[in-house]
Design a protein around this ligand. Sequence first.
Ligand code: SF4
Length: 239
Amino acid sequence: MSNRFFKKNNATTIVNKLVTKASLEHNLIEEGDKILIAVSGGKDSTVLAYALSSVRKAIKAKYELAAIHISSDFCSCCKKLSLKTLLENWDIPFYDIFVPVIARLKPNEKMNCYWCSTQRRGALIDYAMKNNFNKIALGHHLDDIIETFFMNMTSSGRLTGMPVRLTYKKYPVTLIRPLSYLEERQIITCADENGFLKAACTCPYGRNSNRMVIRKRIADFTGGSGSVKRRIYNALASI
Ligand code: SF4
């Protein structure tokens, strides 16, 4: 990936350029797509929605956008009304569904992030299929992708990660991750530049998760260097 975008542009321009670049290089957005954006109220998915509504000219395809917030037992932090207003300003309709994550646990099963995220992911795919969306856009960025790779490798011994584009064999939907070329710090700066909401996850299960441990180890390992992280990303893409 070229670093030329990082020299003189502000963060919003960088976000739009790198979202366009990822979309064109991985064919993430195609003519006639109906794209459902998973939004949490946090900075990543808000910046994702903003970028997808901003890059229409550069992508040169006609596509529809909508956003969905999946509430669960642990979602108490999201400012949904403000989020709805913000999205509708960008012509993105907003939907909200609730997934009873705890009630779905079987007797003797314990709550954990894996269970929660698979339940919410299932609900997201189900909603997309029932409402004729052919793509689901997720707000994962470069740091998430690297963390997930190291988590999978160290927890389960598998070399698997988060593809930029994933077409399911079982379902008629494709997952896309248009923020894959962006570091979290660039997304934070873009959110700050635009005054976007930055609702943080307050779920108690997230605080001590394995992800937090891996995140710290990666920060030590890379020294926070963007170019080191991008080289790791490029290495993962060539596995
Ligand atoms: S931190 Fe874990 S349990 Fe909490 S909302 Fe996120 S995925 Fe679910």
